[in-house]
Design a protein around this ligand. Structure first.
Ligand code: PLZ
Length: 443
């Protein structure tokens, strides 16, 4: 809607004086626990560009953590959400319903994998969706245990903290955590002890043995996994791991939940990351990219599993808010009209091409990985696999000062991740990559 010229433009240092002043104000009133990656205050945003309070224009390789996949202020999102805003803002779908909620659930039934009858429930945040997926799996199976993976991230609420692997900063001091959560090794090719070729088979075998021997498959309600791990380091499991896991869950009557909150909605070059290997989850959690920046999340899955929760068992005051639902319908329209899965695959080719060359020339880049517009480099001390978090922070900082917003992630904090919006032009993507390469040369 806004018409920001799609270009990087620096007119002050980053952050500039106005942003620095705002940051001081922020520090007096905002809790310390809420962190800041890059303290520039945004006043406008469009497409793949952010405008800050000092008049700088930054290229956005973070998309608000994989949210604005259709770009900032996407026309369809803005139009539909604005029209809704002018009509009514809320009724509570549980009190007096409205059509857009139903239309979003119809779209989810159509787009998520699986030819069976499906149901969805809408929520406000990813963590809330994950919590509800676990509730539903427990109600359906009448079992309690939940199995999650090393390096997994599922949220910051009490149950999702328990489901999340990394202690600092997510869990430290915030216990006690929810019970009946069991963690198994993730098939992490780059760090698999006997080499990447063995990761799929061995991780699967270890998972099955651990569950059988320590939990009992008959006690497990759900296996919950991010098909490509996000916060944990953009870890792409090797081919065969997810299909093997899904098959085994089916055999044991365990609900297989794919957490596609970060990887979903065209991000990885398919509508969902599980589509890559044709894996069909029983339940799928979505959020982030679904609504072009408006807060919306969903659990979608097999009708018989979803309907195990009785009337009133699921819900919340704001879940599936009408403005957010219209935003989602607008975002989905843009994804279809512009074939954003195809666009994500093009971004993958462009990014991997340049980053692989960078890795070949720079021994500090241990691994380049990812799919679609969800790409990362893992940084190490040359000649070893020892994580180099300080280098990741330094490269990110250098990119920030050059007006390119990039994020870090990973259990060891040594991964740079790139999540450009899928509407970023080839030229801007190239410019961003040049800045990233320049940052490696400079630090
Ligand atoms: N599941 C796979 O990626 C959110 C959170 C960053 P919410 N990831 C970004 C942070 O520091 O809080 C996420 C995710 C996956 C669940 C969630 C949680 O989604 O919408 O943040 O609750």
């Amino acid at each position: 809607m806004n018409e920001l010229k799609q270009e990087r433009r620096l007119v002050t240092e980053i952050p500039g004086p106005k942003s620095r002043e705002l940051f001081e104000r922020r520090n007096k009133v905002v809790a310390r626990g809420i962190s800041t990656t890059l303290p520039v205050f945004v006043t406008d945003a469009d497409g793949a560009v952010l405008l800050d309070a000092d008049g700088n224009q930054l290229l956005d390789f973070g998309s608000g953590i994989a949210v604005t996949s259709v770009g900032h202020a996407d026309t369809n999102v803005v139009r539909r959400a604005s029209e809704q805003l002018a009509k009514f803002t809320h009724t509570c779908f549980m009190v007096t319903p409205y059509e857009s909620y139903v239309a979003v659930c119809e779209a989810l039934a159509e787009l998520t994998p699986g030819d069976f009858e499906k149901r969805s429930a809408l929520f406000n945040s990813g963590a809330e969706a994950v919590e509800n997926a676990v509730k539903i799996a427990r109600a359906y199976t009448k079992r309690q245990a939940v199995v999650v993976f090393d390096h997994g991230y599922h949220g910051r609420t009490n149950l999702t903290m328990a489901l999340t692997a990394k202690v600092a900063p997510y869990k430290d001091g915030f216990g006690p955590f929810a019970p009946e959560v069991y963690r198994v090794p993730m098939a992490y090719p780059y760090r698999w002890p006997t080499g990447p070729d063995n990761a799929a088979a061995e991780a699967l075998e270890q998972t099955k043995t651990l569950i059988e021997k320590q939990v009992g498959a008959h006690n497990v309600a759900a296996v919950l996994i991010e098909p490509i791990q996000g916060e944990g380091g953009f870890i792409v499991p090797p081919d065969g791991f997810l299909p093997g896991l899904a098959d085994w869950c089916r055999e044991k009557g365990i609900v297989f939940i794919a957490d596609e909150i970060q990887s979903g909605f065209c991000r990885t070059g398919d509508w969902f990351a599980v589509d890559h290997e044709g894996v069909v989850p029983d339940l799928i959690t979505t959020a982030k990219g679904i609504a072009g920046g408006l807060p919306l999340a969903a659990v979608t899955g097999r009708a018989e599993i979803m309907d195990a929760a009785g009337p009133g068992g699921l819900g919340g005051t704001y879940g599936g808010n009408p403005v957010a639902c219209e935003g989602a319908l607008g975002a989905l329209q843009t994804m279809k009209e512009q074939d954003l899965p195809a666009r994500a695959r093009k971004i993958e080719a462009q990014m991997l091409g340049r980053l692989t060359k960078l890795a070949a020339a720079d021994p500090r880049v241990g691994d380049v990985r990812g799919r679609g517009a969800m790409i990362a480099v893992e940084l190490v001390k040359p000649g070893t696999k020892e994580p180099d978090a300080a280098l990741a922070a330094a490269v990110a900082k250098k990119c920030h000062t050059e007006g390119v917003v990039i994020l870090t992630c990973g259990t060891f904090g040594n991964v740079l991740r790139f999540l450009p919006s899928l509407v970023m032009s080839e030229a801007l993507l190239d410019e961003g990559l040049t800045v990233i390469e320049g940052a490696f040369a400079a630090v």
